[in-house]
Write a protein that binds this ligand. Structure first.
Ligand code: CA2
Length: 150
C-alpha cells in the first residue's frame, strides 16, 4: 500500500496535555489515527514520525524520499528557523502540505515567516486537529489530479 509521511516536530508529542487553549485537547496519537482513517479511504497508508530534534526531522524526510508519495508536515517551531529542513524538503520530490494547529499569523511576529511554505503545495493553519484531516484530503487531491493540473 503506498504511504504518506505524517511528520511532526518539537513538543507536538505533548498535544492534549499542555496549553489546550492554543493547541486543543486532541492528542498526537488521536491525530495520527484520524489521518490514517482518511488515508485508508483512498487506499493509502501512513508513516507517522515525531521528533524533537531538527536532525531527526531531516533524517525522516531523507528516509521517506523513495518510500512515500507525499507528506504532511507540522515542523513546530522549526517552521520559523530551519533552513536545513527547507533544504531537505526541497530534495523530496512529492507534494508537501504544511499544517499548523494554531494560526501563526495571528501570533507573535517571529511566527509569521515559514521556511516550509516555499516548498509546500498548500498550507493549512488555525483549523486545529481537523486541519490534519483536511491536509490528507488536499494531499490526496494533489496526488489524484497532479496530471490534470499541469
Ligand atoms: O500551531 C502550530 O501547529 C505550531 O506549528 C505549533 C508550534 C509553534 O512553534 C508554531 O509557531 C505553530 C509549537 C508546538 C508546541 O506544541 C505544544 C503542544 C502541547 C503543549 C505545548 C506545546
Amino acid at each position: 500500500m503506498p504511504e504518506i509521511l505524517i511528520l511532526n516536530g518539537p513538543n507536538l508529542n505533548l498535544l492534549g496535555e499542555r496549553e489546550p487553549e492554543i493547541y486543543g485537547r486532541t492528542t498526537l496519537a488521536d491525530i495520527e489515527d484520524m489521518c490514517a482513517d482518511t488515508a485508508a479511504e483512498a487506499g493509502l497508508g501512513v508513516r507517522c514520525i515525531q521528533s524533537n530534534h531538527e536532525g531527526g526531522l531531516i533524517d525522516a524526510v531523507h528516509a521517506a524520499r523513495h518510500s512515500t508519495i507525499g507528506a504532511i508536515i507540522n515542523a513546530g517551531a522549526y517552521t520559523h528557523t530551519s533552513l536545513a529542513l527547507h533544504d531537505a524538503l526541497k530534495s523530496y520530490d512529492h507534494p508537501i502540505i504544511e499544517v499548523h494547529l494554531s494560526n501563526p499569523h495571528a501570533r507573535e511576529a517571529v511566527r509569521h515567516h515559514s521556511y516550509l511554505s516555499p516548498v509546500a503545495a498548500a498550507v493549512i493553519a488555525g483549523a486545529g486537529a481537523q486541519g490534519y484531516v483536511h491536509a490528507v484530503e488536499i494531499l490526496i487531491d494533489h496526488l489524484t489530479n497532479a496530471k490534470a493540473r499541469l
